[in-house]
Write a protein that binds this ligand. Sequence first.
Ligand code: SF4
Ligand code: SF4
Length: 277
Amino acid sequence: MIVSVASGKGGTGKTLVATSLTVSVENSQLLDCDVEEPNAFLFFPEMRLLDRRECSVTVPQIDEELCVHCGRCSDVCAFNALAVIPSRVVVFPELCHGCGGCLIACPEKAISEVPRRVGWISRARSGDHELVWGELEIGEARSTPLIRDVKRHAKGDTVIVDCPPGVSCSAVESVRDTDFCLLVAEPTPFGLPDLALALKMLERMSIPRGVLINKSGIGDREIYSYLEKRDVPVLMEIPMSREIAELYSRGVIFVERMRGWKERFVNLAERIRGMSG
Ligand code: SF4
Ligand code: SF4
């Protein structure tokens, strides 16, 4: 089973939930797809790094000796990643989606592909858990190839995917092909529009979903009635707690210290297994 842990907006406690679920379920694997700021591994200080390698995409390279500046490559590029000026072809690698269209279109075979690094992938082991995370290169705009690469490592009975917040391309790529999505939300009116968008995204992708309310006890009941009306189950609530916040700020997974919580997360995982697609 692959469970994505997502949220409509940042700061709701997604990583707290993903790491808690990981340490509660034996032999589970954690994939951190929040590649712009991966931080789940920080909660596993005893981890042993297994490997770290580059993640690259291919971008076009123009052989100006062969190019006749006909402009066909720039005409076929839907992403405006090529511009043909009288004296040369300019490539904007950060806009290229690696579709290969320009290679096919070039009548002079003046285009070849070269690799361009977009980030790094690391793998580590902590007890019976494997951790995999991606780190996007600074200034890099396209995160989806790196997220796809992280997800290629998925293996084992229970895989937990820590997703980027929101409903951007990177969030869509992270939840894609997961068996269930657990949305983490706070019970305040501010997060409701973002949660509604995230639920719509999951509906469009036909991914079974449920909500975990973090910091319950603050805010109001609006989110509960919203979810009830849409028949979205609330699978767990974590109360607003100074102790949990303090443990989190010290990089400690609260279920490791606070009695009864691991069992609750094991039950949550079992319930999710029963609801998975
Ligand atoms: S299609 Fe080929 S020959 Fe034409 S401008 Fe592009 S690189 Fe040059
Ligand atoms: S590979 Fe595709 S996206 Fe990239 S420059 Fe060529 S046509 Fe454009």
